[in-house]
Ligand binder design. Structure first.
Ligand code: GAL
Length: 717
């Protein structure tokens, strides 16, 4: 990240002043956004823009009788699927004994799939090491926080920090590359699977400990630097050598752990995981170059693994999502519908990483692993597919084709049920979406620029995993939720009808009329200077509670609270407050009052700064909670309070857009209208029918102007 900063800052200093001017001078319809669904950024040739989105499914040939494969592939094709995903966990079949490889079965499955006209996504089978390997080399098995060694019997029990494990991984990946890296039937590759140790990350074994120490040594050079940056003078925490350091593990500690040690261990774990993915990518590239695409399937919101770190390694960033598994979500139907913002935030984030994203696993119906596994709402599976389409996905793939009859994922829906042939309701919805995609390809205008009124609302949310870790390590209120705080602004932008990119600091801010940095706790003078230049050139910056409290090391500033942003926001922060639930306090903006309790900054606006919201109660009633000021050609708004429902955030963001002339919509929370490739897509996750804003004279090509619960309506620009 740092290395980008200097480059971007220099480029920015030159460009920023002209960019917004140039942007404003352009007819809005000519503006396209490098990361948006209507991007003109070159697509990987495997994803021609005219294809819009390919649709496919997971199949595990090794788990089904070989005589059923051709029937299954034929039925997959009949449902309208365009690709099939295979091989992810099949190491025991690919290398049944050490050094003896068997790909005959896979060759046959690939040929049968290809005979049906299906493209094939292959996987490296590395999340599931065979028992011969772990029996011969138990030292590759991870050690959990309790010091217990994991054993064969499920998956992802080996540690990617153990060099010996990597040697075995390298062998199987080389074999796959040699055999299939030039094979035109193979469309692309998924590496490993959802890289985590399934709730037991990281590995605390000796090789991981050594890797953490080496990472620290590289970062700090000397132990004195580390002691200084970790604040080790307190509690006699001073280390004398790097060898004395262990990965922080609360189970081996009496009191609260050092927050800088925790943050560094999070950074290390993310780097280590990214390095492992790069290790596999580099091997495959020797064989396939970029003729076949490479990705991994990140969990949509799993902050321990940072997808940004592999943005340059992969041709496409992909992710997995299971919207309903007993989680309440929002509203009375949320447990059946999922949460619109959660799905599309992930889409808008993953796409913004390198311009191309796809959904590798999307729930086809009930799952088996939630605490409660309810039926999705009728139509919800189709709704999720089309929501991912709306965020610009290049492909969507569902997990899985057949409902398993035995093994660890019994009770998990597939596109077909337990008889292996009859489509489930999820299967029917996939078939419906597949037919619609074929229809939409004839109606779309690939890469059409964003329509002017929509482009005028273009919003970026600045999002950093490191910040999320840092804030979550110091919540100050157990009910504070950094991700939810960010999502409140995302929801607010979608309610206003804005196209959103969720971006990282290496991106050019000047492409966006509106830039929101929610709870952006750690920063430096360079970032503040970029924000200032952005605003002076005409941008509208929204900073929120907790932003700017710390430097990049996670130290508070030796000066006034949030010192570096005070000039920019035109206010001082007198103090912050937070209340234990079930207490709630109130904040008033205009004629609306909202509840809050997790975080409230009490501000002291300086001359020239206007008050947008004030506290209605507590001993500081009348104190200022949100401000705005003009600066150069733009504005800076600071919202220091985190409301319970997110309605305050929606109200204030709507006002910023309105004042800037961007004419916000007022959609219900959960009803979104997005644009891609010349098409408008309305998706309804609310509990009521919603009206799609179809202009007079236009007719929907999918659905109706009244969009029912779980409904989707599409019309042409
Ligand atoms: C995913 C995982 C898949 C499968 C699926 C079941 O998280 O990547 O391998 O287990 O869950 O819903």
């Amino acid at each position: 990240m740092k290395r980008f900063l200097v480059r971007v800052r220099d480029a920015f200093a030159l460009r920023c002043n002209f960019c917004l001017l140039a942007l404003l001078a352009l007819p809005m319809s000519a503006q396209t956004n490098p990361a948006s669904p209507s991007s003109t950024a070159p697509a990987h040739f495997a994803f021609p823009p005219a294809d819009l989105m390919n649709i496919g499914v997971y199949y595990y040939p090794e788990a089904w009788p070989a005589e059923q494969w051709s029937r299954d592939f034929a039925n997959i094709k009949k449902l309208g699927m365009e690709f099939v995903h295979m091989g992810e966990f099949s190491w025991a079949f690919m290398e049944p004994t050490e050094g003896h490889f068997d790909f005959a079965w896979l060759d046959r499955a690939i040929q049968l799939a290809t005979d049906q006209g299906l493209k094939v996504v292959l996987c490296t089978p590395t999340p599931a090491p065979p028992v011969w390997l772990t029996s011969a080399h138990p030292e590759i098995l991870m050690i959990d926080a309790n010091g217990r060694q994991m054993q064969h019997g499920t998956r992802q029990q080996a540690s990617w920090s153990v060099p010996l494990y990597r040697q075995y991984v390298a062998k199987i990946v080389h074999e796959l590359g040699k055999r299939y890296g030039q094979d035109p039937r193979i469309w692309g590759w998924q590496l490993d699977n959802e890289l985590t140790h399934y709730g037991k990350e990281p590995d605390y074994g000796p090789e991981s400990q050594a890797s953490f120490r080496a990472w620290l040594q590289k970062k700090y050079g000397t132990i004195a630097n580390l002691n200084r940056d970790w604040g080790n003078a307190f509690w006699s925490q001073m280390y004398q050598t790097f060898d004395q350091i262990r990965i922080p593990n609360q189970l081996e500690q009496v009191a609260q752990m050092n927050p800088h040690a925790i943050l560094d261990s999070q950074r290390w774990f993310a780097d280590e995981t990214a390095d492992y993915l790069r290790f596999q990518t580099d091997i495959l590239r020797e064989y396939c170059g970029h003729r076949q695409w490479i990705t991994t399937n990140h969990i949509h919101n799993f902050p321990a693994v940072n997808p940004v770190l592999n943005g340059k390694d992969f041709d496409v960033v992909s992710w997995t999502h299971y919207p309903v598994h007993g989680n309440a979500n929002r509203g009375p139907l949320g447990f059946r519908l999922g949460d619109s913002a959660v799905i599309s935030f992930a889409g808008d984030f993953m796409r913004s990483i390198n311009g191309q994203a796809g959904v590798m696993e999307l729930q086809p119906g009930q799952v088996n692993w939630g605490d409660v596994n309810p039926q999705p709402y009728p139509g919800a599976v189709h709704l999720w597919i089309m929501r991912t389409f709306a965020t610009g996905s290049k492909f969507v793939c569902t997990y899985r084709y057949r409902e398993p009859l035995s093994g660890a994922e019994q009770y998990h829906y597939g596109l077909v049920g337990t008889d292996g042939v009859t489509p489930t309701n999820g299967g029917e919805q996939y078939a419906q979406a597949a037919r619609e995609l074929v229809q939409l390809r004839t109606l779309a205008k690939p890469n059409a620029p964003l329509p002017a009124a929509y482009a005028a609302r273009r919003t970026a949310i600045l999002y950093s995993y490191e910040d999320r870790w840092e804030v979550d390590n110091h919540k100050q209120n157990k009910d504070w939720d950094t991700y939810e705080h960010v999502l409140k602004y995302y929801r607010a932008a979608k309610r206003a009808g804005a196209p959103v990119d969720v971006i990282t600091e290496d991106k050019d801010f000047s492409a966006y009329p509106f830039l929101i940095a929610p709870a952006y706790q750690m920063l430096d003078a360079e970032l503040v200077a970029r924000w200032k230049a952005y605003v002076e050139a005409g941008g509208h910056l929204i900073l929120t509670a907790r932003t700017g409290q710390k430097d990049r090391r996670g130290h508070l500033w030796e000066g006034p609270w949030a010192m570096p942003v005070l000039d920019l926001i035109g206010a001082k922060i007198k103090f912050y407050d937070t209340l234990p639930a079930p207490n709630v306090a109130h904040v008033k903006a205009g004629d609306q009052t909202h509840e809050w309790f997790t975080w409230g900054d009490v501000l002291d606006p300086q001359p020239g700064t206007q008050t947008l919201a004030t506290y209605s109660d507590q001993y500081y009633a009348g104190g200022v909670a949100a401000t705005t000021r003009a600066l150069g050609k733009g504005t800076v708004t600071y919202i220091g309070v985190d409301s319970v429902t997110g309605d305050l955030e929606a109200q204030l963001l709507g006002d910023v857009l309105k004042k800037a002339g961007a004419k916000p919509e007022q959609f219900a929370d959960g009803f979104s209208v997005d644009f891609r490739d010349g098409l408008w897509i309305a998706t309804n996750f609310t509990e009521k029918t919603q009206r799609a804003p179809i202009p007079a004279g236009k007719r929907p090509v999918i659905g109706n102007a009244d969009v029912p619960i779980a409904g989707v309506t599409v019309w042409q620009e």
